[in-house]
Design a protein around this ligand. Sequence first.
Ligand code: CP
Length: 308
Amino acid sequence: MNSSSFVAIDNISKSEILELLERARYFEEHPNSKILDGRVVATLFFEPSTRTRLSFETAVNRLGGRVIGFSDASTSSTSKGETLKDTIKMVSNYADIIVMRHFLEGAAQYATEVTDVPIVNAGDGANQHPSQTMLDLYSIRKTQGKLEGLTITMVGDLKYGRTVHSLLMAMRHFKPVFNFVSSPQLKMPEEYINICRKEGIEFHEFTEFSEDVINSSDILYMTRVQRERFSDIMEYEKVKNLYTLHNSMLANSKPTLRILHPLPRVNEIDYDVDDNPKAYYFEQARNGVFARQAILTKVLGIDPLKKN
Ligand code: CP
């Protein structure tokens, strides 16, 4: 197993998180260079993606590296029955780092056990999405000026939403107050609730998406109900439109409130919110390039300050 992979946010210390955020800030100021010249990055996406794949690929291109891979596993030999193990071992012959998204929880961790090439987890089932978390943290710190002591309200699919699981694990270092707003079917899994209890993190669970909750928040983190994780589509139909943010609901929110969403959105944020200065989800996605430049260079052991 290799040790330089970026698979779960749980294994990354507070100081490493802060170091990555500083690196991302450097890349926002210096997005283009040749520090990945001669490096090949493989992007293997066994599940659909727009932002994660394209921002990783933009990150590589802006740093002068090359990208290989697939965005649709049906065009790869997976469709002929090749196993994940064999795919990873093959691609390890061609690339210096593998960025992978897979529908199975634990797939990225498994990949680290079959190759010495560093693996970056771009989302594994309902488990984690650690590179998303780095851009979320970057966005939170950029808009709030700090990470410590913020009230973070997570809304929607807290059961299957891998972004909220990773964000909770990272924010636990920064003394947050969490509000969890979800239907009972999609509540935050007990393992994460237990982590909050064990670490003395204040949290509150709601089924109603009230203006009181919004008005107490520094960050409103909206999420999509993950249709692809439901085995019974009727269950999805029951919960898919329970929480929608409308502009009128923000009338008495804090002036510094920012609304985040990992995207894609379906019905969780009305288009009438988009022009509100508190809407930050498109800028959040832009920050993904800098956060992913930071992750790729860190995993490859490249210091941007030394190379420039
Ligand atoms: N936020 C996110 O993971 O978006 P994509 O599914 O488009 O990559």
